[in-house]
Structures are given as structure tokens and as C-alpha cells.
Ligand binder design. Structure first.
Ligand code: PEP
Length: 251
């Protein structure tokens, strides 16, 4: 029995206007009236407006893959929280490992973005996770805890109601190598305990997603784990049949 309530697709730097239409059509035809699973699609910035127009009548939310923590001003090439909100964007991915590794999203930058997004009412999808070396060195929890600590340091309990945590082991992202359900569940249980300690009753309700090579054929087993509340899906969120099957596995 799946235990999931939220499935988010991260298109990364992929997709086009045609995909926004075919994906929403595919998701819409698979929707059920009693659906309890929320679906969020995060395309590149340039497709956000197009996607929100298609999603207007559907139970599909739109998310961005990044945001700048500043309100406005001299930040060439950046996009602000208010700009996202004006388009109807509800979610924003923060601290994805690709941004941490390639675009300077340090723990401090991630903390500032998480604080600003949650204060403004956006749902912040905070990504945490260890690399292969850190796992081999038995440092997984140490790394994840440090990332949580840094990102949540400035958050009030009220802001934490706008938080989603995505556990994404870096060695499993885009590699086809998935954490086993037991490996993922172990870290998710630790994240749940940490969030509950930090935010009390609010922490018990924060959704914790798993990400890392989730596909149609492994989603159900992952989503059946007690502390896995859904998935953050990369590659498979670009293929209509795969993404719809993953959403169905969450029901
Ligand atoms: C991701 O980039 O967040 C991700 C989980 O990618 P993939 O599903 O392709 O491993």
C-alpha cells in the first residue's frame, strides 16, 4: 500500500512548450476524482507561464527549480520569489545537488533561499543528500543533518509549514542506481525524527520525498515505506507514460 501524498517532477534544463501540453494532458487523463496525491511539475523558468496556463483547471501545481533570495535589484539573470508568485508558481526546489555542486548553492545560500521562500508563502522543496564517498565513509547522516541544520536554522514553525524535504543521495541521481527501499527508509526515519525534534507537531507533518532514479518499476516499493511521503523525479518526469505510472504508484 503506497504511503505517498506528493510527486514532483524536475525537468532540469529539458522540455519545451509541446511537453507542457502533452504532460498536463497525460496527467489529466489519469486523474481520479478522489485523488489524494498532489502532483507538481517543475519546468525551466521559460516554460513556467505556459505550464500554469495549462494547469489552471487541473489539480496540478507548478514549481520552479531555483529562486533568488533577494527581493529585487541588481541580480542579472536571476528570478525573484514575487516573480514566481505572479506566474502562479506554488513550489520551488532549493539546494538541488546539481546547484550545490555547479552553481555555488552553499549551505548558507540554501538557508537564505529557504527562509525567503517559506516566509513569502512558497512551498520550499529542500534537497539534501550525500555523495558516494560520504556514504562509503559512513557519513551519510552527518552530511544530511548538517544540511538540514543549516537550512532550518532561521525558520520559524510557521515557515516550516511551507517546507518539504527531499532526500536525494547524489550517487542515485541520474545514474540508474536507486537507494534500496530499506536504505532510503532508514534516512527518511532519521529526517522525520530530526524535523519532529526541531519543529514539534509541525515537523511530524513535513512531507519527506525520496529522489534518485525513481522509475515506474521501483516507485511502488519506495512509496510503500513508512517515512517516504512521495518522490522527486528527474529523468522519468520527462516521459508522459513513466511519470503518470509513478503518480499512479503513489496512490
Ligand atoms: C533529480 O535530479 O532530482 C533526480 C532525482 O533525478 P533522477 O530521477 O533522474 O535520478
Amino acid at each position: 500500500m503506497a504511503n505517498a501524498s506528493l510527486v514532483i517532477g524536475n525537468w532540469k534544463m529539458n522540455g519545451n512548450a509541446a511537453l507542457t501540453r502533452s504532460m498536463t494532458d497525460a496527467l489529466r487523463s489519469a486523474q481520479q476524482p478522489t485523488d489524494s496525491v498532489k502532483v507538481v511539475v517543475c519546468p525551466p523558468f521559460t516554460l513556467l507561464g505556459e505550464l500554469t496556463r495549462h494547469c489552471y483547471y487541473d489539480n496540478i501545481a507548478v514549481g520552479a527549480q531555483n529562486v533568488n533570495a533577494n527581493e529585487n535589484g541588481a541580480h542579472t539573470g536571476e528570478v525573484s520569489i514575487e516573480m514566481l508568485k505572479e506566474l502562479g508558481v506554488e513550489y520551488v526546489i532549493i539546494g538541488h545537488s546539481e546547484r550545490r555542486a555547479m552553481y555555488g548553492d552553499s549551505n548558507d545560500v540554501v538557508a537564505a533561499k529557504t527562509a525567503a521562500a517559506t516566509a513569502a508563502g512558497l512551498q520550499a522543496v529542500l534537497c539534501v543528500g550525500e555523495d558516494k564517498q560520504q556514504r562509503d565513509d559512513d557519513k551519510t547522516w552527518h552530511v544530511v543533518e548538517q544540511q538540514l541544520q543549516a537550512a532550518c536554522e532561521q525558520l520559524s514553525a510557521e515557515q516550516a509549514t511551507k517546507l518539504v524535504v527531499a532526500y536525494e543521495p547524489i550517487w542515485a541521481i541520474g545514474t540508474g542506481e536507486t537507494a534500496t527501499p530499506a536504505q532510503a527508509e532508514q534516512i527518511h526515519a532519521q529526517i522525520r525524527a530530526w524535523l519532529t525534534e526541531r519543529f514539534a507537531a509541525v515537523g511530524e507533518k513535513i512531507e519527506i520525498l525520496y529522489g534518485g532514479s525513481v522509475k515506474a518499476d521501483n516507485a511502488a516499493e519506495l512509496f510503500a515505506q513508512q517515512h517516504i511521503d512521495g518522490g522527486l523525479i528527474g529523468g522519468a518526469s520527462l516521459k508522459e507514460d513513466q511519470f503518470v505510472a509513478i503518480v499512479q504508484a503513489a496512490r
